[in-house]
Design a protein around this ligand. Structure first.
Ligand code: SF4
Length: 190
């Protein structure tokens, strides 16, 4: 199987069915938030977050990364490397508050954790901090990666790969509100 884009781990966490349909059909137009993210990686926000948090080290922006172990590939907005340790910085249009990052916006958390795992493998560092910048509010949330979060992501990737390999539809989201805005709502089987 080809490498899975890390953005798809985010999609799979949001709705497993939606990510599967995107991968199988690959014809959904990019969403507004996807376009915005591509156009508006704001270096000022990144530099401000680094300074506010007092993070020292070499700053690398838009870093391509790949995990051979997990078969995932992506591009991190920024990584600050200091010796054997690293901080990941990811910018998003909107992420709500910290509580929402662990609930309604946990797909963003999943993506950031997948980046952390891939950075650790590819750059041979320990990621001890993830900073997610909320571009709308000009705020930042700092997360410490934990072993249980890594297990969660590894299981998510394994589950996604199995469904793709077996060409088996994964479950639908239980959040009906997501279906209302979904590009696949008319073809999503019951
Ligand atoms: S219609 Fe709902 S369950 Fe189906 S893919 Fe879209 S969000 Fe997921």
């Amino acid at each position: 199987m080809d490498y899975i884009p890390i953005s798809m781990i985010k999609e799979y966490t949001y709705c497993p069915r939606q990510a599967y349909l995107k991968i199988m059909i690959m014809r959904e137009p990019p969403t507004e938030s996807m376009k915005y993210a591509k156009q508006a990686l704001n270096a000022k926000d990144i530099v401000r977050a680094i300074e506010e948090q007092g993070i020292q080290g070499e700053v690398r922006v838009e870093v391509p990364i790949r995990s051979r172990n997990l078969g995932i590939v992506g591009r991190v907005d920024a990584v600050v490397v200091n010796g054997g340790r690293a901080t990941i910085i990811e910018t998003k249009l909107s992420i709500g508050n910290r509580k929402k990052l662990y609930t309604r916006y946990n797909h963003i958390l999943a993506q950031a954790m997948a980046y952390a795992i891939a950075v650790e493998e590819a750059m041979r560092v320990t990621v001890d901090k993830i900073i997610i910048i909320n571009q709308e509010r000009k705020t930042a949330i700092t997360i410490k990666p934990t072993p249980s979060m890594k297990i969660w992501i590894k299981r998510t990737i394994q589950d996604m790969k199995e469904h793709i390999q077996n060409q088996e539809l994964p479950p639908k989201t239980t959040n009906k509100a997501k279906c209302k805005a979904c590009h696949f709502k008319n073809i999503c089987p019951p």
